[in-house]
Design a binder for this molecule. Structure first.
Ligand code: SF4
Length: 339
């Protein structure tokens, strides 16, 4: 055996050893900016929304104070999470412009924006693509039955509209995060249908970087107060999702909505990402995020390694404009080329 062959074999066996012994779960060190809590939809399980006109918009000056206080604290992603102004409202264009300006501000201060602001028109999405490294929208569930129950007063939750968003994102080459909200009254078959629909869109466009499996968890301010989606059902759903979704889509579970005793089982079942971890979960404000150091300890004890990642997965970097790509490369350098 030549020296080179022996070196290569040694490297391969070291890599195989690492792959076998080091199991990695990722998370995104994140902070959420909420441009407004106002939303024209009324999903009955919502713990986020305010009535239209009843939630003063976050000003750029306020956002700048918040963002400056986060500099050099390890935060990478700024999640811009907004309630929805009605597409026909005469305030729609200023709402979109405001979100755009918040993304620009976050970029100018060295962060990487990821916007989730509900369904957008093609042109709105194209505009936000220029100031976001990735974007997101939960499909939730595609069964129309929920339009008679929890989504009775939520026109933005029409399944066709949600799927159209994923289609648009694909056409625009936007790395995209989507997901299922579990336990709204859907059946297991409904969940499989939703996963199949996401898989098909990804097969067409190759743009879904991760799918969140979010167990419904009752909150204090919602109207519905249904039963929480059980950890056992979540484990089963992870197994099914891993079977249906292509292997290059990461499965994400929110660690604040899963009992700590079940977290490792979720990873063993096929989840590999814990999502954005920050000060407050704006969608589930009753459920505190664990501190990343505590999570790392929990994982280490079970031979898992917790590693930070960026809000864009590396295979999509070449989809970005030169400016956004250079901001991303800067962060990849800082976290050691990972994530
Ligand atoms: S869940 Fe989202 S879309 Fe539904 S009311 Fe709340 S903020 Fe609006």
């Amino acid at each position: 055996m030549s020296f080179n062959e022996s070196c290569i074999q040694g490297a391969v066996s070291q890599a195989q050893h690492l792959n076998m012994s080091t199991r990695v779960a990722t998370y995104s060190p994140a902070y959420t900016l909420v441009p407004t809590y106002e939303c024209f939809n009324r999903c009955s399980y919502c713990n986020f929304r305010a009535d239209p006109g009843k939630s003063p918009w976050l000003t750029l000056a306020e956002a700048e104070v918040q963002l400056r206080s986060l500099q050099n604290q390890g935060i990478i992603e700024i999640l811009i999470l907004s309630g929805e102004v009605h597409p026909q409202s005469d305030r729609r264009s200023s709402w979109l412009q405001h979100i755009y300006a918040l993304c620009e501000l976050a970029l100018s201060l060295g962060f990487l924006p990821h916007t989730n602001a509900g369904p957008l028109s093609f042109d709105e999405m194209a505009r936000l693509k220029t100031v976001n490294v990735s974007m997101g929208l939960m499909v939730e569930q595609i069964t129309p039955n929920l339009l008679q129950t929890v989504h009775r007063h939520a026109p933005g939750k029409q399944p066709a509209l949600r799927l159209q968003q994923l289609e648009q994102a694909g056409e625009l080459c936007i790395p995209f995060t989507t997901g299922l909200l579990l336990g709204l009254g859907e059946t297991e078959v409904d969940r499989c249908d939703t996963l199949e629909a996401i898989a098909q869109l990804h097969q067409r466009w190759g743009h879904i970087q991760e799918v969140i499996l979010q167990p419904y968890s009752p909150g204090q301010t919602e109207a519905w107060l249904g039963a929480a989606f059980s950890p056992k059902q979540l484990l089963d759903t992870i197994t099914i999702a891993r079977r249906i979704l292509p292997a290059d889509i990461a499965l994400q579970i929110p660690p604040n909505l899963v009992p700590q005793s079940q977290l490792i089982a979720c990873l063993e079942a096929g989840a590999s990402d814990l999502g954005g971890i920050g000060l407050r979960d704006e969608v589930n404000p009753d459920y505190l995020h664990p501190i990343d150091a505590e999570l790392a300890k929990l994982l280490t004890a079970a031979d898992w390694k917790l590693m930070p990642r960026l809000p864009i997965y590396p295979q999509y970097d070449h989809w970005l404009s030169t400016d956004l790509r250079s901001a991303v490369e800067n962060w990849r350098g800082k976290i050691g080329g990972r994530g």
